[in-house]
Structures are given as C-alpha cells and as structure tokens.
Design a protein around this ligand. Structure first.
Ligand code: NAP
Ligand code: MN
Length: 255
C-alpha cells in the first residue's frame, strides 16, 4: 500500500503533514498511491481528486467544517489507525463525467462539484436534451450541472437547492437565463436521476467556457460543442459519519 499527501500551502496544513508522515509507516509515493490524505479545504480535495482519481481519499479540514472532510484535527490518531488497519468506511461519491465534442476533436473530463458551460461576453444559446428528448432552448449566461456534494458550492450561489448527499441526483441550474416570448425555459432548478443522459448543444458561441470544478476549457474558435454526461464514482473514506445538517448549519447559518 502506498500513500501520498496533498496539502494547502499554509503553516497549519504543512505542520499536520509532517506530523502524519512521522506516524504513518507506509510507502510514500505520488506514483499511483492507494490512499491520498488531503489537508486543507474543499478546494484542496477537488485538486487532489483531479490529480489521483482512482485513490481512496482521507480529507482533513483545517478551517471550518468542510463538505468533503470527514476527519477533524482531533481525529488525526484515528486517521493513522484507520490507514494502518483498514478500519475505515468507503463512501462512493457520484461525479459527472463529461465529453465535449467539437469540430476539432473531443475533450473528456469529470467534475466532483459541478460542470458549467457559459459565455461571459454575450448570451449563449443552448439546446438542452435529456435522454435524447428536447427539454428547452436556453438563452443566457450558461448552465451549471452539479452533483449532490457540489450543491453547496456554485449551485447554491445560483439559488439551486442544497441536496442531501445520500440522494443520487444531478442538478441542472440556470446561470442568468433570459426568458422572453422567444426563449422560454423552466427557470427553476431541475433535479435529475444520475442515470439520465444530459446533452447541451451550443448553437452559437463566441468565447465559450466549459468548467469542470476548478478546471476550465476555452472554446474560442469552435462552431459546435455537445456535452454528454454520465455518472461515475470516486472513493471518500470516513470513520464516524459526520452529520450533513451540522455541516450546513456550521457553514451557512449562525452556530
Ligand atoms: P476557491 O476560490 O478556493 O473556492 C471557492 C469556495 O468554494 C471555497 O470557499 C471552497 O471551500 C468552496 N467550496 C468548494 N467546494 C464546495 C462544496 N462542495 N460545498 C461548499 N463549498 C465548497 O476555488 P477552488 O477551491 O478551486 O474551488 C472551485 C469551486 O469554486 C468550484 O467547483 C465552484 O463550486 C466554486 N465556485 C463558486 C462560484 C460562486 O459561488 N459564485 C463561482 C465559481 C466557482 P474551501 O474554502 O473549503 O476550499
Ligand atoms: Mn479553495
């Protein structure tokens, strides 16, 4: 078994990293590690998962209680025990797998929080199809598709619903939709089962951006882009399940 640590560049995270490296007696390697310990925030986990998508993640939050972190600063000894004895539980998180097809080739990536397709300069026109059936023609800045875990990130800022991570669902939320007699869209967030197939086709675009979490692709010169989404999974370890309600209250409400 090999392990690796990805940490935020602050003093506390660095200190925790050296503490753990003294205590963990497994091979330390960035070549296909079995376990990846993430020290920092939710954003640190996003970066680590994009680097090592097949590992089992142990996330320690050094700030407020995060949405992905299952170990607190008080749980460090428990985490070391779990890693040595395999005494942890693995939760499979649904992620969004996307394929962007353009006239110049295709790009494939995945998102743990959300993927977005947007145009910051001019309104974008998107044909939205679900399971091959046309839903609507959207006109506006763009569309965000988030996972249940990602519902508290960008999706929440767009007034999307906060979703219990136990629910297997994707959420389609509009980014500044321009409703008119010509372009009429649902307007409310659409919660979809993860086995549905979502397809977004850009009709016209000048400076289109597609994001997968913190990663972005600019499609300046392309004349057609379609996105096919499907669910797949990553592994997140925990010892004692932390309450989702606690996480929401401590992140967004006064404690
Ligand atoms: P960042 O600027 O460091 O982080 C953005 C913020 O989002 C951080 O406070 C981060 O928490 C928080 N966050 C990330 N995932 C979350 C989740 N699932 N639930 C609740 N909060 C979450 O950039 P980054 O670390 O690379 O993060 C990229 C993410 O930023 C994207 O996936 C997107 O969700 C989010 N974003 C939000 C907006 C918006 O709300 N208007 C716009 C663009 C992007 P930590 O402090 O714990 O890292
Ligand atoms: Mn961050």
């Amino acid at each position: 078994m090999k392990y690796y640590i990805v940490q935020k560049e602050d003093e506390l995270s660095k200190k925790i990293k050296s503490l753990l490296m003294e205590k963990i007696h497994l091979e330390y390697s960035h070549q296909q590690p079995d376990y990846v310990i993430v020290i920092g925030g939710d954003g640190t986990l996003l970066a680590a998962v994009h680097q090592f998508p097949n590992a089992i993640f142990f996330a320690i939050h050094t700030g407020h209680l995060g949405f992905y972190a299952n170990y607190t600063l008080e749980d460090l000894d428990c985490l070391v025990e779990d890693i040595h004895h395999g005494s942890f539980i693995v939760e499979k998180l649904d992620i969004i797998q996307g394929k962007i097809e353009t006239s110049k080739g295709s790009i494939e990536d995945f998102a743990i929080n959300e993927m977005t397709i947007l145009c910051p300069l001019k309104p974008l026109i998107l044909e939205v199809k679900i399971d091959g059936i046309r839903l609507e023609t959207f006109r506006g800045t763009g569309i965000c598709i988030s996972t249940s875990y990602g519902s508290t990130a960008y999706n929440k800022s767009l007034s999307g619903a906060v979703i219990d991570p136990k629910l297997k669902a994707f959420q389609l939320t509009e980014i500044a939709g321009m409703n008119s007699n010509q372009y009429r869209t649902l307007s409310s967030s659409l919660l979809l089962s993860t086995d549905r197939r979502v397809e977004l086709e850009a009709k016209e675009h000048r400076g289109l951006v597609i994001t997968f979490d913190q990663i972005s692709y600019s499609l300046q010169d392309f004349n057609r882009a379609s996105l096919f989404l499907k669910a797949s999974q990553i592994s997140l370890a925990h010892h004692n399940e932390k309450s989702f309600i606690d996480r929401i209250r401590r992140s967004f409400l006064k404690d």
